[in-house]
Design a protein around this ligand. Sequence first.
Ligand code: URA
Length: 422
Amino acid sequence: MDAVSVIRTKRDRGELSDEQIDWVIDAYTRGEVADEQMSALAMAILLNGMDRREIARWTAAMIASGERMDFSSLTRPTADKHSTGGVGDKITLPLAPLVAACGAAVPQLSGRGLGHTGGTLDKLESIPGWRAQLSGEEMLSVLDGVGAVICAAGDGLAPADKKLYALRDVTGTVEAIPLIASSIMSKKIAEGTGSLVLDVKVGTGAFMKTIEDARELASTMVGLGTDHGVRTVALLTDMSTPLGLTAGNALEVRESVEVLAGGGPADVVELTLALAREMLDAAGLRDTDPAKALADGSAMDVWRRMIKAQGGDPDAPLPTSREQHVVTAPSSGVLTRLDAYDIGIAAWRLGAGRARKEDPVQAAAGVEMHAKPGDPVTEGQPLLTLHTDTPERFAYALEAVEGSYDIGAAGTDFTPSPVVLE
Ligand code: URA
């Protein structure tokens, strides 16, 4: 077998055989297939696609490139969720302790932000002392003792994906449905969860800009999970506008704690509860009501124990930005658009995100929103507050914010998009 013949097969719109897929993933992981050969193959896949058999085999080969975790020693059923990424998407933070408070074990392997989308680990690292890096034994011990753990995936889990994802990121080959589906599902299946709820985002701030593409990605991932014995369901949810009223790291932790305290923005609460119900259902825990666990403080208790178990201080004040800049409404009326992508770019430029994987993030940077689509606004009222420690970033962030919103005349009949689309 050689790399050029595998590339030619896909370049010429052929189907890759099982042997070709197994060989190319294994040889790439071992360094025998070069990055330039794998990027040519990834581009051929992006342009010419893969059928269901090819995607299933590609996923299985990526799982086989590393170790699999084993949660069989736990007495509770495991339930995990994965979001395809968005702006202001802090849902994992309240969701993991909430679902644990309702009886499931939630092993949440999370990532860092890159580009305009935030990462769960960056958010949690704004809590003084909190550690993302846990050994396999530590992870299992937190999961067993607390019921929920949110941490970084170890290097041994689907190493082929780690290498391939970094390569796709710099070769314009991220946006291929077969590659996204196999990348996400190889990690989730190797992680060993019994059930999985996928939050597939649709809209300007998401990878998937159309509902048709989101449906295809969702059904491909559900098929892969189901074929590997993981009870998998997907929700398609709106990402045309940011989730909640904050996009940034410490800002989003603060908002998540508000949700755990029984408050918080309505859209964040709605999506947290919708995903919690799906996770509990998939885990076979149908007698508990997650709304009750939010209201009675039991989800907050799990949150506090989870943060402490990973070295964090849940009572420590969160970092606040050294500088703020307020953007005011230029006219009165009804906010009819607040664009997720633009707000994500602004938060990123303020320092909440990174341009390269190795860059640090500012814990306190980001965007606070004072109105959401459908809200009335008055000329001169604060619309957005930009936060950063480095005020020279304001001008660049303001460029992103400039076209990010529309205000319709007072009395405009406007209905915001539902949070859960399908
Ligand atoms: N997240 C992943 O883990 N992989 C992708 O390919 C895209 C998003």
